[in-house]
Design a protein around this ligand. Structure first.
Ligand code: SAM
Length: 262
């Protein structure tokens, strides 16, 4: 009977893959791969004789294709092999379930059709940024938002916590078709962020190393200069808290009363 295992291969080639993820790849009948770098794809190919790239489904050449269609097709090609009785593995860069639609959908769909489906976690860009930037998300709390979602919907940002903004390079892309939006769109993102942060607030442009010989990109710009910054599809923005934590006197008083009573 067919089955599905969705695994993460981590961010840095050869450095982050878990023994479980590797074993899922090696023991599958067919492996589908969606990674950000062709060299990483070659590395996954070395682990199994039948590795099929999901990269062509993005339709980068035409510039016309919606990512929604791409994700639907990714789920479709993986599920077709599961239905044909194959043990299928989908290998995605980073953590397959972090800011990624197709892996979750594939697992849900396979389970809905009665197949066994699992997801194996991987080292994500989030994990790397805590290490590379020396951030503990527990210190003040840390919020993660997708750039476009922050623009399309009203959110309540807490400037007392860290803010991580994903996919800034395609901020404001309403058609889910583009691979870059550009300065005018980033200016809108800056205006959204300026409701909670001063314009001179430092923003770190962060890119984890994809190859073991690379160093991470860690570049600081003022919020107002973000539209002119060179952002790539691998960039994530990290904003430190803009104000200290504010005490909550009402709750503290309630707790003090409990202490006194107890
Ligand atoms: N599943 C991936 C993970 O676990 O990190 C994230 C995939 S999400 C579709 C793509 C976004 O992840 C990018 O727009 C960027 O915000 C972030 N990202 C991808 N590669 C990155 C890298 N090398 N360094 C930092 N962030 C990265």
């Amino acid at each position: 009977k067919g089955s599905l295992a969705i695994v993460g291969v981590g961010m840095t080639l050869g450095a982050h893959i878990t023994p479980r993820a590797r074993s899922r790849i090696e023991n599958a009948d067919v492996v589908f791969v969606a990674v950000s770098d062709p060299v990483v794809e070659l590395w996954v190919q070395e682990m199994h004789p039948d590795v099929r790239s999901l990269q062509p489904l993005y339709g980068r050449e035409s510039g016309e294709k919606s990512r929604q269609d791409t994700y639907r097709e990714m789920v479709g090609v993986m599920l077709a092999e599961v239905r044909a009785g194959q043990r299928v593995c989908g290998a995605f860069y980073g953590h397959p379930g972090v800011f990624a639609l197709a892996p979750h959908r594939a697992v849900e769909q396979a389970r809905a059709e009665g197949y066994e489906a699992v997801m194996e976690p991987g080292v994500s860009a989030e994990d790397c940024l805590y290490a590379d930037l020396g951030i503990d998300p527990g210190r003040t709390g840390c919020q993660h938002f997708e750039a476009s979602q922050m623009m399309f919907y009203r959110r309540r940002v807490d400037p007392g916590a860290w803010l991580v903004v994903w996919q800034p390079a395609i901020a404001g892309d309403r058609g889910f078709r583009r691979f870059a939006t550009g300065p005018a769109y980033l200016q809108v993102l800056v205006d959204v962020l300026a409701a909670d942060y001063p314009l001179d607030h430092p923003c770190t442009i962060y890119e984890a190393a994809t190859l073991p010989i690379q160093r991470p990109r860690i570049e600081q710009v003022a919020l107002r200069d973000l539209p002119q910054a060179a952002l790539s599809l691998a960039s994530t923005l990290v904003l430190p808290p803009a104000r200290p934590l504010q005490q909550n006197p009402d709750i503290l008083a309630r707790l003090a009363a409990l202490d006194a009573a107890g």
